[in-house]
Design a protein around this ligand. Sequence first.
Ligand SMILES: Cc1ncc(C[n+]2csc(CCOP(=O)(O)OP(=O)(O)O)c2C)c(N)n1
Length: 275
Amino acid sequence: MTKQPSIKELERIAKDIRIAILKMLTCAGSGHTGGSLSTVELLTGLYFYKFRCDPKKPLCDTRDMFILSKGHSCPALYAVLAHMDFFKKEELCTLRKIGTRLQGHPQRGLPGVEISSGSLGQGLSVSNGCALGARLNKNPKRIYCLMGDGELDEGQVWEAALTSAHYKLDNICGIVDFNKFQIDGRIEDVKGLEPLKEKWLSFNWEVLEIDGHSIKEVIAAYDKAETIKGKPTLILAHTVKGKGVSFFENQNKYHGVAPTEDELEKAIKEIEASS
Ligand SMILES: Cc1ncc(C[n+]2csc(CCOP(=O)(O)OP(=O)(O)O)c2C)c(N)n1
């Protein structure tokens, strides 16, 4: 059995992922900064602690599957996949370049990317299909699906949520990156979601509410989700859009704007100096 990384090691990885995201975005000159940074601990805890996969055999039948439903946050996924050795880190700087495998929204074909996404609202439906297929095949794989809070405005999410619960898909773990913003501003100004936990509970999901930037809480939630039987689990992760860089945090103008060279330099210093 391989050694599990410690919380400290995971926190160090999260810093590296944040820096890789910012470098990639700066190099591309465009892309989604805020909603990538808010997912870092959720992805780090998943891939470096919980996820069963073999980067050398990305289509191995028993692999766990990760569906990035909020596809615009793919710089975070790309950084994680490169750090896991699904492909070489050097490829990260091709983000959004003509002909790259690292499109501005994920495309199948890049090792580790299960579905093309970016049109919001579809990931949980795809996850249901994967989960039902796994059950039919007696395959122990788990399906993880990361959604945005703004993404929950898509009606398809709620149709899918009904389906996951109806079929008691306990091999699904949904995650909501609850950073309280979407493209047009604050969630509560654009279209209120509260009481969000109660909504998922009333759809017959188990709900684990956590601080999505606490590695400790994140990995405990993934562990707990695996023990819940007879219904799907939703991790409702409170996060901060732009997390980790003071001048990006809760500044929604960085929803789809990349850092400048200057901002990148300052951001890296801040991230390295943080505890
Ligand atoms: C079907 C669809 N409608 C609209 C968009 C445009 N869009 C891109 S990002 C975004 C905001 C989504 O908000 P959220 O899921 O909270 O993302 P985050 O704030 O975490 O980046 C929207 C509406 C889209 N990608 N897909």
